[in-house]
Design a protein around this ligand. Structure first.
Ligand code: DGL
Length: 271
């Protein structure tokens, strides 16, 4: 196959549900030429409270599906999947570039922080895996990392309570132990949290926020360029969205994450 035909293939982006659409949104903005196939495991979300072995099994099924769709690169848009199944994805992908929200978020946090004292908010599984701390320490063993699991935030965001008193108090409570430390940077380590950026900024005005969606899009742009895989075709990009279930209010919630209308949705059951 010619290198141009390979470069025209889509990027495969996946998540436990709709949250990964924040990463798709950032990719659409950063790489407007790129075709994208998205898979969201809406039938089995949330992953953030599940065990490593269950997440690995589900993830392998998603990667198999995306590889059948002849993707040229994979983007793990889910922090929880990246935390516990990133290695499995890379084994399956072979030579194909694999980007993930944790690697990109960790690097961006180190580039942002001045005192190298970094806070992480994420799901319980991500925090328990210690994946962010490992990714940060791989670059800078002296960095200090403080993590806080925020399991209530995913349902609040899905409810659309982005500027609601209940969400504000919940965020305030979760940030308390982090703000008691001298962190200067906070990683929004879950697909859903970029939507809470304005509220988190109000609650923690002196912190620099790292949004793993935008940093992942930037890392994807660099990796595709380095591999000679940027799509040279100027035709409008093609976006396909697969989900394992279409629950009530899916369209509304999905469009909130994507920031535009959600079309070409197909249901695909895995496993
Ligand atoms: N996508 C997940 C993450 O980024 C959040 C939702 C879930 O728990 O599955 O960690």
């Amino acid at each position: 196959m010619s290198s141009s035909a390979l470069a025209q293939r889509p990027i495969g982006v996946f998540d436990s549900g709709v949250g990964g659409l924040t990463v798709v949104r950032a990719l659409m903005e950063r790489l407007p030429n790129e075709n994208i196939v998205y898979f969201g495991d809406t039938a089995r979300v949330p992953y953030g409270v599940k065990s490593r072995s269950t997440i690995e099994t589900f993830t392998a099924q998603i990667v198999e599906f995306l590889m059948q769709n002849e993707v040229k690169a994979l983007v793990i848009a889910c922090n929880t999947i990246a935390a516990v199944a990133g290695q499995r994805v890379r084994q399956m992908a072979g030579a194909m570039p694999v980007l993930d929200v944790i690697a990109a978020g960790a690097e961006a946090a180190l580039a942002t922080s001045r005192n190298h004292h970094i806070g992480i908010i994420a799901t319980s599984t991500t925090v328990n895996s210690n994946a962010y701390a490992r990714a940060i320490h791989a670059h800078n063993p002296q960095a200090r990392v403080q993590s806080q699991a925020c399991p209530l935030l995913v349902p609040l965001v899905e409810e659309g309570w982005l500027d609601h008193e209940v969400t504000r108090l919940t965020v305030r409570e979760y940030l308390k132990p982090l703000l008691a430390e001298d962190i200067d940077t906070l990683v929004l380590g879950c697909t859903h949290y970029p939507l809470l950026k304005p509220l988190v900024k109000q609650e923690a005005p002196r912190l620099q926020l790292v949004d793993s969606a935008t940093t992942t899009a930037e890392a994807a742009a660099q990796a595709l360029a380095a591999a000679g895989l940027l799509n040279p075709d100027p035709a409008p990009a093609d976006y396909r969205f697969y989900v394992s279930d279409i629950p009530l209010r899916f369209q509304t919630i999905g469009e909130r994450f994507l920031g535009r209308s959600l079309e070409q949705i197909e249901m695909m059951r895995l496993g």
